[in-house]
Design a binder for this molecule. Sequence first.
Ligand SMILES: Cc1cc2nc3c(=O)[nH]c(=O)nc-3n(C[C@H](O)[C@H](O)[C@H](O)COP(=O)(O)OP(=O)(O)OC[C@H]3O[C@@H](n4cnc5c(N)ncnc54)[C@H](O)[C@@H]3O)c2cc1C
Length: 366
Amino acid sequence: MNNLTKLIIKSPNIKSQYDYIIVGQGLAGTILHFQLLQRGKTCLVIDNNLEKNSSLVAAGMYNPIVFKRVTKGWNVDKYSPYLAPFYSKMENHLNTKLDFPINILRFFKTLEQQNDFFSKTEEEGFSQYLISESKAVTKDLPVKNEIGFGEITKTGWVNTVSLLTQYRNFLDSNGIILNEKFEFDNLVFSDKKVMYQGISAEKIIFCEGTFMENNPYFKYLPLVPTKGELFTIKVPGLEVDKILNKGFFCLPLGNDLFRVGATYNWKDLTYETTENGKSELLEKINSLLDCDFEIMDHQAGIRPTVRDRRPLIGLHPDFPSLGLFNGLGTKGVLIAPWLSNHFCDFLEDKSPLDKEYDLQRVKKRK
Ligand SMILES: Cc1cc2nc3c(=O)[nH]c(=O)nc-3n(C[C@H](O)[C@H](O)[C@H](O)COP(=O)(O)OP(=O)(O)OC[C@H]3O[C@@H](n4cnc5c(N)ncnc54)[C@H](O)[C@@H]3O)c2cc1C
């Protein structure tokens, strides 16, 4: 039994009183819960185990580079060093391998892309991410490699399905999760306390992903959900230990299986896979692979993206016992570890919330 487990079992008021209640056990709720536990806080999770959870569909990749003009992602120098030690702590806690650091091979479609990439390898601040002379061997790979490729490091993927299911087992076995839908009619609160079905806490933090649109207290915030579809394909003969990218990703999972995606759709916000999504993915694959493949699975999910592409975290402007940790968008795996730590510092009165993340940057109409 580790320290965190002992802490929960020892708490005498475990069933009626917590420091925090967290609603939602996607990537956001899971990581925030782990951070709070590490600080010795007691937290109850409420999650209805929806299959529509975006984190269970996600490819789970992290990549510090924005390929379009070969720039560094927003605040990536803050997030990137925090990532590996954080997931390693979670791996130890859950006794499960979660983080798979592997490089990306970026195949160029134009000479301009090639020039942009190689000129950046010389620039200060990029050398830790871009490999100037890649030693990767592609000549025996069944791929269409017209203009060459560059290699990016400090990239990889986190198995979000293992992360969420293993963490749920941990929550279940310690009796700190209610497997049910959170009902807003049952919430009673003052400035200092919340009460839900006879359970009290200092604060309740909502981590509902795109389901925030059903939250009467936070639905005024500008979430602009983005649907994404991806495939799992089988490609016998494509033996590669790097993520391939040619305007889309092809992520090796082992046993000849690859995750391929993703699409971006702001109009169709159903959770169904579509023929349009399928043909878009097939076109992408055919622009890269020069061999046969078989589609094993086709999935769709909805990313909780925000209009200004910044996360939405903080406390409600009128009701300070209600908090939010949301808006992880397309980069939850990279951002959530650092951001949850920053949020916990704020919740525990150690430091102010950085304004660029604070949900109070969005003015609430009275
Ligand atoms: C196709 C696709 C590919 C992606 N690829 C990547 C990638 O490669 N890398 C990356 O970093 N990100 C990726 N993402 C984005 C990533 O999925 C999100 O950033 C992240 O998972 C969001 O997590 P979340 O916890 O905010 O939301 P979710 O994972 O959706 O979790 C929300 C949870 O809240 C619960 N909930 C909501 N309302 C209630 C209620 N009233 N009562 C009880 N429970 C409730 C839901 O059941 C759900 O479990 C991808 C997304 C998609 C769709």
